[in-house]
Design a protein around this ligand. Structure first.
Ligand code: URA
Length: 242
């Protein structure tokens, strides 16, 4: 069982200080509802977002939050930083402190990268999105110091050896948009990955912007530094075929 889930009998037992036999009796007496449905099975799995009621009193009702943020350059993807504003600081005008403190970042961007950052308090959702086996595509727009050539396309597709991690990067798609601009699609997120890949060609990345993660594209109308809640459809679509 995952760290984020537990059996209903354990939840009630720990929450109400009742032994498991007592919990069985309470369920048999039809006094417990999970997400509005009568709970009959002591082994039912619940998580931190299950609404659990006993004797018409709410034992647990946590709301899940899923946020899209347009990160500007110069803002750090961290919860705290001594030198720079953090993505959490950007949320303070729109969200309560209690909500912000519950959030974590789903796949960080470097200080000088802009674009789509997702934040949530639902670690099961974020784990599915970031799990290496799911290979969720992240699309970046890259501006370079020197002109691109067709050689880059093959090199990105074949993968590059990163000696520090002792890995070969997953096949990445590179599409040349203009002589100095490319779209790159990665299915992983190694440290400074795009800069290091272009570094192999001694070509400096001068601008890097994340446009999408899986099905989810950054809203064109979302100003830099602004954020919005994802819709239920967006939350489900992004993980629906993982
Ligand atoms: N690759 C990088 O080099 N930086 C990022 O922020 C994301 C991908």
């Amino acid at each position: 069982m995952s760290l984020n889930t537990m059996r209903l009998d354990r939840f009630i037992s720990e929450h109400c200080q009742i032994n498991r036999k007592g919990v069985r009796l309470i369920l048999a007496q039809k006094r417990v509802f999970v997400d509005g449905i009568l709970a009959r099975d002591v082994a039912q799995i619940v998580d931190k977002f299950s609404v659990i009621e006993m004797d018409h009193k709410i034992l647990q009702a946590n709301q899940a939050h899923y946020i899209m943020l347009n990160k500007p350059i110069g803002v750090v993807c961290a919860t705290k930083d001594d030198k720079h504003n953090t993505v959490m600081d950007l949320l303070t005008s729109q969200y309560e402190k209690k909500i912000i403190n519950s959030l974590h970042i789903v796949g960080r961007l470097d200080l000088n990268t802009s674009g789509l950052v997702l934040l949530t308090n639902d670690s099961r959702w974020s784990e599915r999105l970031t799990s290496p086996e799911h290979k969720v595509e992240k699309c970046y727009q890259v501006t370079l110091a020197k002109p691109l050539t067709q050689d880059y396309i093959n090199a990105f597709a074949q993968g590059m050896y990163f000696p520090y991690e002792d890995i070969i990067t997953q096949a990445a798609k590179l599409r040349i948009l203009t002589p100095l601009q490319a779209e790159v699609i990665l299915t992983e997120g190694r440290y400074h990955q795009i800069k290091r890949m272009f570094g192999r060609f001694r070509n400096q990345v001068v601008k890097l912007h994340r446009q999408s993660i899986g099905q989810l594209t950054l809203d064109a109308s979302l100003m830099q530094g602004n954020s919005r809640n994802l819709t239920a459809e967006e939350v489900n679509n992004i993980t629906s075929f993982l």
